[in-house]
Design a protein around this ligand. Structure first.
Ligand code: AMP
Ligand code: ZN
Length: 462
């Protein structure tokens, strides 16, 4: 049974999607005003791990990740760059897609852009005005937090701190001062705006995610994720907006990734203490080592970024690939003294148990490394059998479906295959069936199937 720590209830809960067998998940995507830093990627890769594990567990998944291409920061920086908002954000949207591909993240099903959903936002704001949850002031429109009695439930705000009528025009503000927040900001000289039924202007950041999530996932859906800095005000405000319109629970499970920190401080663009993926790649760092590092600590724990940590991740990854190579290159024994099958089965059970326990990635990696130790001992003692090797390969293949840190072995070129076919021919002529079978299996693992015909052996790639 999959269990998650739900930020909304502060409890570990069994995961039961609203529709059995199907998961609808929304993840707050990047604000495309510069290259994402690896703190951002910690959150995006946690979401990728979650995505992969839900699918691995047999659930059908629809994941929506928005692109925030209009907000205070994109407008500020596109102006500074002297570019249109569209041209400016397009560059960083492309960079984001390229970066997540480099980090081996799977693609979400839908990537809606905020600027393509202004109509949906306006519809929500009109409903909030009609029901008295929103009011107009100086041509902008604000959400009245006092009108929503459970405001603060997600972030734990004290209702006594709520101040009626004190409003904020900016998208981000502190938890200590909960305010009525802008749903619609009236058009300003020199800023992009849309002509709409609620006047000329542009949306606040929070309404964007309510509009895009409900459009693609419905008024109630299963999982909403983000980094912990999204809890307040962003997610608190999303709940207030969406539930005031729909009159039903917005999201069942809220999952938030803790921060990546540098020397005790959150890695962030405003502090300037950040590394982009591009910075690290330029230094020759393997992107899979970055992926491994960011996934190796449980997402609910703060994680410190260091160069040493990065080197440690690269060496852990090397241990895994060396181990797999040694299994692939070994000559199997018919029989050995120990039986590895129950050990492999136990490693699989521990791997899945850890992942089901609120995505305990460090525990899951622990189970895999323990198996590596046990199998290495067996290899040195008296080898592994063909059956054991197949079981190990199968576990590693499942491990990699979830973690995605192992790059598939390089495909062999035709020349190498023909050479192995020749060697196999020789082995068969000598009636060395064992060697002939080994060659066939080795090729099979590399996705090459041999077909023996009257004219000789042919091969095909699968
Ligand atoms: P942004 O592009 O600023 O909207 O951020 C994208 C995602 O990265 C959000 O879910 C943030 O919560 C998350 N995030 C920002 N800084 C960090 C950090 N230092 N560690 C982990 N996640 C972060
Ligand atoms: Zn969002």
């Amino acid at each position: 049974m999959i269990k998650f720590l739900n930020t909304l209830t502060h409890r570990i809960e069994d995961f039961h999607p609203i529709t059995q067998g199907e998961v609808r998940m929304y993840t707050c995507g990047p604000t495309v005003y510069s290259y994402a830093h690896i703190g951002n990627f910690r959150t995006f890769l946690f979401e990728d791990l979650l995505r992969r594990f839900l699918k691995f567990s047999g659930l059908r998944l629809t994941q929506v990740m928005n692109i925030t291409d209009v907000d205070d920061k994109t407008i500020r920086d596109s102006k500074a760059a002297g570019q249109s908002l569209r041209d400016f954000t397009e560059k960083y949207t492309e960079a984001f897609f390229s970066d997540i591909a480099t980090l081996g993240a799977e693609r979400a099903e839908i990537y809606p852009r905020a600027t393509d959903h202004i109509d949906e936002m306006v519809t929500l704001i009109k409903k909030l005005l009609e029901s008295g949850h929103a009011y107009e002031k100086d041509s902008s429109i604000y959400y009245r937090i006092k009108s929503f009695p459970s405001y603060g439930r997600l972030s734990g705000i004290n209702p006594d701190d709520l101040q009626d009528g004190i409003s904020s025009d900016v998208d981000e503000y502190e938890k200590e001062s909960p305010k009525d927040f802008a749903l619609w900001k009236t058009a300003k000289e020199g800023e992009p705006f849309w002509e709409t039924e609620i006047g000329p202007g542009r949306p606040g950041w929070h309404i964007e995610c309510s509009a895009m999530s409900m459009k693609y996932l419905g008024e109630s859906f299963d999982i909403h994720t983000g980094g912990v800095d999204n809890i307040f005000p962003h997610h608190e405000n999303e709940i207030a907006q969406s539930e005031a319109v729909a009159g039903k629970p917005f999201v069942k499970y809220w999952l938030h990734c803790q921060h990546l920190i540098v020397e005790g401080e959150k890695m962030s663009k405003s502090k300037g203490n950040f590394f982009t993926l591009r910075d690290l790649l330029a230094d020759g760092v393997d992107p899979m080592a970055i992926r491994y590092l960011l996934l190796s600590v449980h997402y609910r724990q703060m994680m410190n970024f260091t160069r040493n940590g990065l080197e440690g991740a690269a060496s852990s990854l090397r241990r895994l690939t060396d181990f797999l190579r040694s299994i692939r290159d070994t000559t199997f024994v018919e029989k050995n003294t120990g039986d590895l099958s129950p050990v492999i089965k136990e490693a699989r059970r521990r791997f899945i148990d850890a992942m089901e326990s609120d995505l305990n990635s460090s525990g899951a990696l622990g189970a895999i490394f323990e198996l590596v130790r046990d199998v290495n001992t067996a290899l040195q003692r008296d080898g592994v059998t063909r059956v054991e090797a197949a079981q190990i390969e199968s576990l590693f293949s499942d491990f990699n479906r979830v973690f995605g840190v192992l790059v598939p072995p390089k495909t062999v070129d035709d020349q190498d295959i023909l050479q192995l076919i020749e060697e196999r021919k020789g082995a068969r002529a000598r009636r060395d069936w064992k060697r002939a079978d080994e060659i066939r299996e080795k090729l099979q693992r590399l996705g090459i199937i041999l077909e023996d015909a009257a004219k000789g052996t042919r091969f095909k790639r699968v």
